[in-house]
Write a protein that binds this ligand. Sequence first.
Ligand SMILES: Nc1ncnc2c1ncn2[C@@H]1O[C@H](COP(=O)(O)OP(=O)(O)O)[C@@H](O)[C@H]1O
Ligand SMILES: C[C@@](O)(CCOP(=O)(O)O)CC(=O)O
Ligand SMILES: [Mg+2]
Length: 437
Amino acid sequence: MQNIIEPFITSAPGKVIIFGEHSAVYGEPVIAAAVSSLRSYLLVTQASSPNVIELDFPDIKFDHKWSYTQDFFPSSATSTNGFDLEKCRKIFVKHNQGTTDLDLELEDELTQYIDTIIKNTLTEEKKQFHYYAALCFLYLYFNLCPQVSGVKFTIKSNLPVGAGLGSSASISVCLTLAMCKLGGILSGMSLSEKDKKMINKWSYIGEKCTHGTPSGIDNAVATFGGAVLFQKQVDGKNKLEVIENFPQIPMILTNTKIPKSTKKLISDVRKLCEENPKIMKGILSSMGYIAETGASILKKFDAQTSLPQLIELVRINHGLLVSIGVSHPGLEKIKLLSDTLKIGGTKLTGAGGGGCALTILLDHEEDRLKIEEFKNTLHERYGYDNFDTDLGGTGSCFIDLSKKNGGEILNAFTENSAGDQIFTPELLQLLQLNTIL
Ligand SMILES: Nc1ncnc2c1ncn2[C@@H]1O[C@H](COP(=O)(O)OP(=O)(O)O)[C@@H](O)[C@H]1O
Ligand SMILES: C[C@@](O)(CCOP(=O)(O)O)CC(=O)O
Ligand SMILES: [Mg+2]
């Protein structure tokens, strides 16, 4: 008997890495903050038929329907060429125990099985975005709720995709939250710290589908929100310190809209480490020390003295990122302009290679006009977008649709337009009011 799915929404923020991108992958400290007004939302509703699993991802122009009994668990499949619920359960238990001695054979079998499903069903040419979205979705689905069918997953986000603001992690967290609820792993909709630790672990697994070897900072910030000092550990017991009372540093986020591949950028840096281990060791540890120094300044923030110190660290961190080849001429234009106007310091944020840059401002009263000139020049000369947004705020959460205005939210999400068009100030306010903390 197909159980009726009551619609619900999950949500998670994007992030800005202040210091420590790329070195984070090698276990160096990294500091990042949630971007409270740029978030992804996942609406879960009844699908058109009980035997269908449906995706509707308009932000990346991707929608797809799978047949549960034909594409996922064909009755004709034997335990050798198919994948059954028992095998899914085994992998889930291993991951959930956090044991590193995963049954790699079974793991590979699932990855192969998912790859076959994608190859057989995504008939259009496999766009990178579509492939990774399907891979992340299916890997989490087969682990967290493989027994569930007749469900539609609709994603709407005002986070620019692939721009270095952690959109992949916010999606992975939204999917993890939803599938843990559908799979009965989460009972309620207000999340305990224990729930968030479990969400963080599974969304990291989802991030690995998109990034290959992510550090875990993106999904940590998307899960916990606020601002965190994070350090990946070899044994998987990562260090995560939430930075209380994170200051609202005066900053401008600029999106070059230059597409980049996080996975490729991470792999290029890895090649550099293999070819020049001694040089890279020095550079990566300096980046880690910058993140530690930045964290201690932000914990005892005083605008007068702290901003120039942070801007100095921004300058050095960016220079080191340029030296490992992850900047881009389009990003350098932003840095050059902020240096020329002497309004503060600019560094790339996220994987680089395009995407976003972060400019920390000196915030001098006399700079107001120059800051407007900075934003207008970037927009008019290069077509870049600027974001004015606060840092910190709510992490992963459910949105309550049972309240009286839940229907209004539902209607907005069932439109076929992409995320950024539906997020009116009124809808954003409704979503905030209905957030279950
Ligand atoms: N709004 C969205 N809808 C569907 N998939 C998304 C969305 N935003 C991001 N993604 C997924 O995340 C991937 C982009 O991740 P990545 O390259 O790491 O960029 P970012 O810097 O934003 O994290 C896309 O390929 C897609 O799979
Ligand atoms: C490059 C890296 O440090 C951050 C990637 O950020 P994004 O996917 O570009 O938003 C990788 C990681 O830490 O997982
Ligand atoms: Mg990413």
